[in-house]
Each structure stands twice: as C-alpha cells, then as structure tokens.
Write a protein that binds this ligand. Structure first.
Ligand code: AG3
Length: 300
C-alpha cells in the first residue's frame, strides 16, 4: 500500500509527499503536529497540515533566514529567535563566533519536544549553554523587551508558521515596532515573510509592516523545494545599515551548503513581478488594516 501526505494550498493546488512511516501525530494546545518519515526528504515536520521543515532541505531555509542578517551586523552578540521550535535557526546562529547569548522564544513546547526526539540533526544545538529557551508568546516577549532603554538584542530572527493560529501576532505592525525598540543601535530584524504566490498578502503585510517600523527594509528570496511554489521570501529591517553592502567575510568562517557571500547579495535581486509588488505603495485595504492595528494598540 502507498501512503501520501498532501498539503493543500488552494482547493486546486497540493504538494504530495510519499510517506514511509508516521512517527508522531498529536494535537498540542496550539496546533496539530505530525512528524513523518518520507522517501525523498527524510523526516518531515508538519504543523496544521503545512510542511515546516524536512531533513533534506532544511539547510536552505535555516541558512538563509540566519546568515543574511547575522552577516549584515558587524558583531552580533545577543540574539533573539522567535518560533523556530525545531532548533534549526538556533543551530545556525551559534555558528557565529561572536554570539554570546541566544534567547529562544517558542510558544509550543511540543514542537521542540518532537524535534528533540525525531530531528536531532536540526535540534541538537538547543542544548548549547549560550541558549536559554522560553516557552511563551513571542509577541509578549518582544513587548516587554521593547521597554528596555537602548534595546536588548543585536539580531532578532522570526521563524514563524504561516499567519494563521498562533503566529498571527508575529505578522503585525505593532510587533515589528516593538522589535525595533528591542534592538540595540545597529540591530537587525529578519522574518520569514511567506511566498509571493499563494501567500502574497502575508508577504506584503510583513514587508510593509517592517518598512513602517524600520528606516530600511529589504526583501530577499531563497528556493525551498518543500514549501509551496518553491520561492520563499524573507524581510530584513535595519536602522539604516544596508545588508547589500555588508562586509560579508569571504571565505566564510564556517562551511555552508546554500548561503555564500555572493548569494548574500544575489538573494536581494528579485524577479520583476516581486520587485513590482514590493515597490508599489501599500494596497489601500492593507494600509487600512495596518493603520487600524497601530491605532488600536495606542488606544486611539
Ligand atoms: N518555518 C515555516 C515557514 C513557513 C512554511 N509555510 C508554508 N510552507 N506554507 C518553519 C520552521 C522551520 N524552522
């Protein structure tokens, strides 16, 4: 018999992956979690029916969400990682020798438990003494950190699920504003900002939210085979330092499998339709939504 996992994107488009074995399926307090053993991608983590990561292609996403911002900062020491319960981002952050402290804030402890159990190559670095794990809400964490004068972090990385369920607040302009305040001078924020295909609206929400909160915002992309339509976007916000002109060490101080100094710059070169999407002013309905969220936070 054959068993297939299918991820439904629209009623008309699915990704189908052949499954060898189901390792775990459970309902957590926040979402439905599955770890499946696949034939072509190794073990695969699925949350609420959406593929989050696989052993075979996780390096692409984890290197690109991490090294582009980390090498855009001259010497990142304190890093906040939000979401990323599987530990992949933390693993990549710790490869930077300047890093002294990582706060890892994940809302759903069950994701980390499953990763520790089934995905050791991704989660192993979570035991590093530089890492403190906090199983709590990232939105609230950043709200509190934003009250510290002068900021707390050099880099904030947001590796969230799609903006449904527990991750909604991580796509809001108020959250991005607090990230800015939680960063030290010269600090850098990077978030996974969805795909320019089926989740275009979420991509623009992240991009414009960050553009409102930061003097400089740029979108970059990478190609992740197990994410819908391959092309995945990330948005980086800085207080003016341009990631395009960052002094990326060449050769790199450690070995990578996807990220290179040349790709650091190339990733910002966007296909024309994506460039047009981000160059256009905020669409009216999105603008109204973002304005309303900012106003409600201020109690207006
Ligand atoms: N980060 C999830 C990226 C979003 C995937 N969404 C999708 N394919 N529709 C996952 C955690 C990786 N550490």
């Amino acid at each position: 018999m054959e068993f297939w996992f299918s991820e439904l994107h629209t009623p008309n488009f699915t990704i189908k992956v052949k499954v060898k074995r189901t390792l775990e399926v459970r309902k957590t307090p926040y979402q439905e979690l599955a770890v499946l053993e696949t034939l072509d991608f190794g073990r695969m983590l699925v949350l609420d029916g959406i593929i989050q990561t696989t052993e075979a292609d996780e390096f692409i996403y984890h290197e690109m969400i991490t090294h582009v911002p980390m090498f855009s900062h001259p010497s990142p020491e304190t890093v906040l990682v939000i979401g990323a319960g599987d530990g992949g981002v933390v693993r990549e952050v710790l490869r930077h020798p300047s890093v002294r402290k990582v706060d890892h804030v994940e809302i759903d402890e069950a994701v980390t438990e499953a990763a520790r159990r089934w995905l050791p190559t991704i989660s192993a670095a979570l035991d590093d003494p530089r890492v403190t794990q906090h199983f709590t809400d990232g939105v609230e964490w950043v709200r509190r950190a934003a009250r510290t004068r002068g900021g707390v972090y050099d880099v904030i990385l947001v590796d969230s699920t799609d903006p449904l369920g527990p991750a909604v607040g991580l796509f809001g302009p108020v959250f991005y504003g607090n990230c800015r305040k939680a960063l030290r001078p010269g600090g850098v924020l990077t978030v996974q900002s969805e795909s320019p295909w089926f989740t275009r609206r979420a991509m623009l929400r992240s991009f414009h939210g960050i553009r409102r909160a930061f003097p400089l915002a740029r979108l970059y992309t990478a190609h992740v085979p197990t994410y819908s339509t391959f092309t995945w976007s990330f948005t980086i916000g800085t207080d003016g330092v341009d990631p395009l002109t960052a002094a990326v060490p060449d050769p790199l101080p450690f070995e990578t499998r996807y990220y290179t100094p040349a790709l650091h710059r190339a990733a910002f070169v966007l296909p024309a339709f994506v460039e047009r999407l981000v160059a256009a002013p905020e669409p009216d309905d999105l603008k109204a939504e973002l304005d309303a969220e900012v106003a409600s936070e201020k109690g207006v």
